[in-house]
Design a protein around this ligand. Sequence first.
Ligand SMILES: Cc1cc2nc3c(=O)[nH]c(=O)nc-3n(C[C@H](O)[C@H](O)[C@H](O)COP(=O)(O)OP(=O)(O)OC[C@H]3O[C@@H](n4cnc5c(N)ncnc54)[C@H](O)[C@@H]3O)c2cc1C
Length: 459
Amino acid sequence: MLTSLLDGQADDCVLADGARIGIVGGGPAGSFFAYFVSRMAASTGLGLRVDLFEPRHFTHAGPAGCNHCGGVVSESLVQLLAAEGIVLPAGVVQRGIDTYVLHMDVGEVSIEAASLQKRIAAVYRGNGPREPPGAEVCGFDRFMIDLAASMGARIHRQAVSGIRWREGRPEIVTVDGKCSTYELVAVAVGVNSRSLESLARAAVPYAPPATMKTFICEFHLGREAVEQHLGSSMHVFLLDLPRLEFAALIPKGEFATLCMLGQDIDEALVAQFLSAPQVAGCFPGSVVPPPACHCFPRINVRAAVQPYADRIVWLGDSSACKLYKDGIGSAYKTAKSAATTAVFHGVAASDFDRRFRRECDTLRRDNSIARLIFAATKLIQKAKPLRHGVLRMVQREQGRPAQRRHMSNMLWDVFTGSAPYGDILLRSCHPEFPAQFAWNLAAGNATAALRAVHRRWHP
Ligand SMILES: Cc1cc2nc3c(=O)[nH]c(=O)nc-3n(C[C@H](O)[C@H](O)[C@H](O)COP(=O)(O)OP(=O)(O)OC[C@H]3O[C@@H](n4cnc5c(N)ncnc54)[C@H](O)[C@@H]3O)c2cc1C
């Protein structure tokens, strides 16, 4: 059955029974790939040996088990995973998010999910921050790597130091000097590993993705305070601060995770952001506590050049990723597409070029549209009159049926990463949208002007 699917591919670049696959990195992309390649091979009666190399245990709290992430699993991914039979256990989901609160200097507004299916999940990637929350935490990455192991993947708790070639086959070299040869190697080391540059040399056309520095930190507030002050809402900030693109505060169990994206984020910008009244107001007593831990990880902002060659493929952040959002969803998509290509078609560069590349190109094209959408968001951030219009429109929409909440639904999908950017742009072309925005822009600014006059005469 399998051979009929192999398009006349030379036997040499086809996975045969007993073939060995090596995976470097056990974040979402590596684990998804191990899971899918094992499952697909089993469904066709193909016996593979899958080795996954990942030095982290994901059982340690703090940096040792952490993969630097906001931990928002978009609703579209929750549904895709459920359709695959992968249901996130209650212990992994730290909180179900059903609303988000948009904070701007002109006011704040709470936006509800368009439907119950649109809930998103907040998870830890590792075992939570260093300060132990008391209860046992099971992170997403641990759940996924265990799932890969349950499909037969062998997990090696070791870092890979290099990839060499032996008689046309890739060879993985681990830090202890041991090496093994494979029919296919999948590289899923993300963009925060120093080894990405050296592993990139394994295949010449590949060039690693462009990245941007971000900021992430965890605040230990206690379960009650999280419930009382943040609830089941993600808090999104559109503040007019130089270099800041976007920031979100995500409630999780005993903690709240803060993520900031922007140009050259540094301590000064973080301090400026945390001192804004809209931010401090989210914390008990309007005082921002010192973070339990923080770091400045990098994020993929432009896809890698040709993330494949004969017998080697790059996945997740090391290849292509949705801009600013749903990186775990992109890891799922690239990993599943690469596994389908490898099992059903072959592992030559031409196989990845015909199939896997389509997934990367789809992400790349959608990211070009994303740049337009984020330029519009930037404009809102910079222009106060636009913020008045957005605020009024979203406030008015909350009483309407879900399909008529144009601005709210678009913002929901932009901030949660739940829909392709192309869909969001298309929805902005709905004939009601520009008319309603123009009206709310005029009315919102007139009301703000009247309030300002009133405040002047009645201080
Ligand atoms: C501040 C911030 C917030 C984010 N928030 C979200 C969010 O809320 N939701 C979302 O979906 N995405 C989010 N992302 C993006 C998301 O984190 C990534 O897209 C996702 O982690 C990519 O998965 P990956 O498996 O490709 O890489 P990674 O998650 O980086 O995993 C790479 C793995 O490879 C291992 N590794 C590295 N080098 C080696 C080596 N030499 N040998 C063996 N193993 C190695 C590492 O230990 C790691 O486990 C965020 C990113 C940032 C920076």
